[in-house]
Design a protein around this ligand. Sequence first.
Ligand code: EPZ
Length: 416
Amino acid sequence: MGRYLIKGGKPLYGEIHIQGAKNSVLPIFAAALLTEEKVTITNCPMLTDVENMAEILRSLGATATISDGVAEIKAEQVASYEIPACLAKEIRSSIFLLGSVLARKGKAKVAYPGGCNIGLRPIDIHLKALKEMGVKVEEKEGYILCDAQEVEATAITLDYPSVGATENVMLLASLTEGTTTIANAAQEPEIEDLEQFINAMGGKVSGAGTPFIKIKGVKSLVGAEFRTMGDRIVAGTYLIGAALCGGELTLKGVNPEHLLSLNGKLSKGSCKVVSKNDIIHITASGKVEALDDVVTQPYPGFPTDLQAQICVLASVAKGSSLVVENIFETRFKHLPELIKMGARVKLKDRVAVFNGVDDLYGAEVNSYDLRGGAAMVLAGLRAKGTTIVNDSHYVERGYEDIVRDLTGVGADIKKI
Ligand code: EPZ
């Protein structure tokens, strides 16, 4: 298993081109099954999760190649409606393949996606919505068997604005005759990307980015070329890195509007954040003023995927800081690792209270999930001395090349 070796204390100066968004390209790969024609996706991040999703598409009968940030997928034939369990367990997000396989094949079979280190990750909201569309769902022996012979357009209200459940309904409804509506839909920017991709294929989706989405089913969809949006979570990770280390970073290829909740917090502290078009520029002193309370919420609230990273900032912020995780029930596994580095934090249920310290100190620490691992890299950049972050494979699920990005702006980090 790979590890990161980091010598901390260096400011970050320079420019980073932000990779394409993992959480946009994964549902877009699923949507590629909705047409027999070739789709080309550019700005595609080269990630293990993306390669695993491509492997699932191939196992269903599609061709899928990814090189130099360009993915070409052609699902002329979808020979199978069964998503292989061995691959599905690699990435839970394969669950939204249900929607596109059902739309294409009328049937779908997928192993129950397990939970992960951040929570149980149930799929009840997905299944309730599919059932409301007339999909017959049978759960047995750890598998979910769906039959969409009698699927029909309908008005759906999600009990919770689940990102994946919103995407599943959009995918199935795109090829279901009639108009399906989703109320209380997730509003994440990745949902807007999916809408734009489906519409580039000739679909009729509107309202993504708002709580109310309308999908007019069409008979068929055609091939398209589409550029994935920049990854707001990767960009947010590096902005927090600059706030921790001091320096000046220019991030290119990301929509600043996607990070308003973070930038608002950073600007109140000792950072200056200026944005223009797809560029965000941050200037930071490295002294971290008191942090306003951080409370994770569905978009446009503060993103849960930046919670671990902002915990590092809270650990060295002046005074005491509060971080509340409302989305996932066990997403604080990075706290004991931060304590090893000198952080002073207490956790009660989903509320972490930090008493800011002047410095963190290098140590050997562990990663337990993608964003927790990225947070420990940030802690190493800030810490005095040397830090080893174990289990780099977690970080590689979502960061194309964190060593390339950070060494490019002056960090002393290498993979060992
Ligand atoms: C997506 O996961 C992202 N993954 C996650 O990013 C992100 O943290 C999450 O949205 C929230 O923004 C991808 O897009 C591939 P949800 P998803 O359904 O779709 C509960 C990362 O680090 N829930 O909005 O699984 C669920 O348990 C990853 O890139 C149900 O109870 O998120 C959670 O508490 C981590 N029943 C909350 O809703 C359901 O049927 C949010 O889940 C579905 C979800």
